[in-house]
Design a protein around this ligand. Structure first.
Ligand code: MN
Length: 260
């Protein structure tokens, strides 16, 4: 048995200067050896995008005291490159975040934070995405503390309780709730928005569309991730990337076009 300290890869979709990343690193350093590989600039909402048509070049992480790299790519690029090239051994854990802004319901399909943890799960490494349910940019280091604290407990559990194959965790922490936060296991909710575009005409007469809309959370019932966070609880959802509708497969086999 190895007596090495666990190797923990940290990443995010907000770049190296994110407060959420720094607070997470500071809180997790007691648990193991940290290595940070993050996008060079903010690439939020890039989902599982990977860079295929241009080269990636890592450069030294501009954060004093932390080992790692910034990469001119996405969170998924960072995880792949870290595992295949930059790390000297396979990480025991991957943490992504802490994202300033929740990743709940169908938002997780667009999230770079969640995709980084998903990338880890695809290669069989226990992975956690951590997000803080806050209005973006209006948060300081102390706001991330409860999320970092909970991330540490989950990370500690993951080192002794393996996840099923292909499974990873999506953690969302409410903001500004006084006292101890109650964690609950949740399912992924539905869409949290009523979407629309703001239509803008520029001085040269060209029309532009800017994605807007408002949060609604109407489609989320009890037990959902959105519901938990709105009730002031920490939401923990086990996610997986098998998008197959297994129940419906049998039904589809009755369709004339699919009959043998
Ligand atoms: Mn982000």
């Amino acid at each position: 048995m190895s007596h090495e300290r666990p190797l923990i890869l940290l990443t995010n979709d907000d770049g190296p200067h994110s407060e959420g990343l720094r607070v997470l690193a500071e809180r997790l350093q007691s648990l193991g050896e940290l290595f940070l590989v993050v996008p060079a600039t903010e690439v939020s909402a890039c989902s599982h995008h990977i860079t295929m048509h241009s080269p990636l070049h890592p450069s030294r992480l501009p954060l004093k005291g932390w080992p790692g790299f910034v990469v001119n790519g996405t969170p998924s690029d960072c995880v792949k490159l870290a595992i295949l090239e930059l790390l000297t051994r396979r990480p025991d854990l991957i943490l992504s975040g802490i994202n300033p802004g929740s990743n709940l319901g169908t938002d997780i399909l667009y999230s770079g934070t969640v995709a980084a943890a998903g990338e880890g799960a695809l290669v069989g490494i226990p992975s956690i995405a951590v997000s803080l349910d806050c209005a973006r940019k209006r948060v300081g280091p102390e706001d991330f503390m409860p999320a970092a604290e909970f991330a540490l407990s989950v990370a500690r559990d993951l080192l002794s309780h393996p996840l099923p194959k292909g499974t990873f965790l999506n953690v969302n922490v409410p903001h500004g709730v006084p006292g101890a936060l109650k964690p609950v296991v949740t399912r992924q909710g539905g869409s949290g928005y009523r979407e629309s575009y703001d239509k803008i005409t520029d001085p040269r007469g060209r029309v532009h569309y800017w994605l807007a809309g408002e949060m609604v959370y109407e489609t989320n019932g009890p037990g959902s991730d959105c519901d938990a966070v709105r009730s002031g609880c920490i939401s923990v959802t086990p996610l997986q990337y098998d998008l197959t509708n297994h129940e419906f497969m049998k039904n589809m086999e009755q369709w004339p076009c699919l009959e043998a």
